[in-house]
Each structure stands twice: as C-alpha cells, then as structure tokens.
Write a new protein. Structure first.
Length: 213
C-alpha cells in the first residue's frame, strides 16, 4: 500500500473548468488526491489563475518558451519529476504530449475528450468542432471519454466513458454544455478510480467494460 495521496499534475490550455472540478473534489475530500502542479502552454490560461487561488504551484511552459521540442520535453519531465507527479491529467490541454513524457509515464497519463471515442477523435477534433461533427452525423447520443494517452491524439485505451442524449433542436453550444457537465463528474471519477488501483499497487490500466461503466 502507498500511504500518500495520489499526486496529480494537471495540464490545461484554456479556462480550466475541468481543473476546477478536480480542485473542488480534492478540497472537500471526495477525491483522495492532491494537485501538485498545474502546467499550461498558454500564459493567459484561466486554469493558472484557478490553481493560484487554491495555492497550487503553476508553471507556464511551452515549446515556444523552451526554444525547441527537445528542450520542451526535457523541461516538462523535470517539472513532473520535481513535483513528484504520480499521474498526469490533461484537462483541456491542446497540444500533443511529447513522446519522451508518454514513455516515462506510460499508463499514468489520462485525457478527457468530449465525445464517445473512438468516434470524433484525433487531430482536428477539439472543442466545438467535435459537437458540430456529432450533429452533422445525426447521432442520437454523445458523451465524454477519459482515456490513457499514447503517442497519437485520442487513440489510447478508454478508461471511463459516459453518454448524454442528443436532443431535438440541439446546437453545438447546447450539446457542448450538456457534455461539459458530464466531463466535470467523469474526470474526477476517473482519477478516483485510478487512485484506488494505484494505492493497491496494481495495474491501473483497466479497460472500459461498458459505455457507462
């Protein structure tokens, strides 16, 4: 048994609402984990401000700031190791994680995607574009997926997934809000599930058993 709380490094590019759901659950004790650092490639990301308000260390780190892809990967690994991260969570992080980081943290990087993967995943499927594609296809349901990260966008094994209905008259914006509400519950749930297996020292890579498992 590992006695300490799971240490989570969160990477985010935007407003950080999924980060906030994690911070809230950590604060009230429902999530047995601690956010040890929030990293953003965007210096204006509101996720950084959310973290500062909670007293969490923040780091603005990007390939542009680093000067090269190698320097970025090396610096990112240094940040993660210095802060003692057990798990990396991508919460609206809009860049591909360097292969060096994927290799070092294999099976310990989770991403949340606003669709029922493997549908509507991969490069180019992000933000409102995902919901536009769902509506254009005439799907009757959508949802969110938490999956393990590998070297390609949205291709790693699914961990948890939940569905929402696509309603008559939905727009990309209304569908996005419905899916986002699910994301705010699903991502902390996935971290909690990971933490349970991590604490037992077991293999945390658990395949999804059903869409709502």
């Amino acid at each position: 048994m590992k006695p300490d709380l799971l240490r989570v490094a969160v990477m985010a590019s935007g407003s950080g609402t999924n980060l906030q759901s994690i911070l809230d659950r950590c604060r009230d004790g429902r999530l047995k984990a601690v956010v040890c650092v929030v990293i953003s490639n965007n210096s204006d990301s509101y996720a950084l401000e959310r973290a500062r308000r909670e007293g969490v260390e923040t780091v603005h780190w990007s390939e542009k700031k680093a000067g090269s892809a190698k320097a970025f990967a090396d610096g990112l690994l240094a940040i993660l190791r210095r802060t003692g991260a057990d798990l990396i969570v991508l919460a609206g992080y809009m860049k591909l994680v360097p292969i060096e980081v994927v290799a070092a943290y294999q099976g310990r990087i989770l991403n949340i995607h606003p669709a029922l993967l493997p549908k509507y995943g991969g490069k180019g499927f992000y933000g409102i574009k995902v919901h536009e594609a769902v509506l254009a296809a005439g799907d009757t349901e959508s949802g969110a997926t938490v999956h393990f990260v590998d070297a390609e966008y949205d291709r790693g094994p699914a961990f948890l997934q939940r569905t929402v209905p696509v309603l008559p008259g939905d727009t990309p914006d209304t569908l996005r809000e419905r899916v986002l509400a699910v994301e705010h519950e699903l991502l902390p749930d996935a971290i909690a599930k990971f933490a349970e297996h991590y604490q037992r020292g077991s293999n945390a890579r658990i395949e999804m058993k059903s869409p709502n498992h």
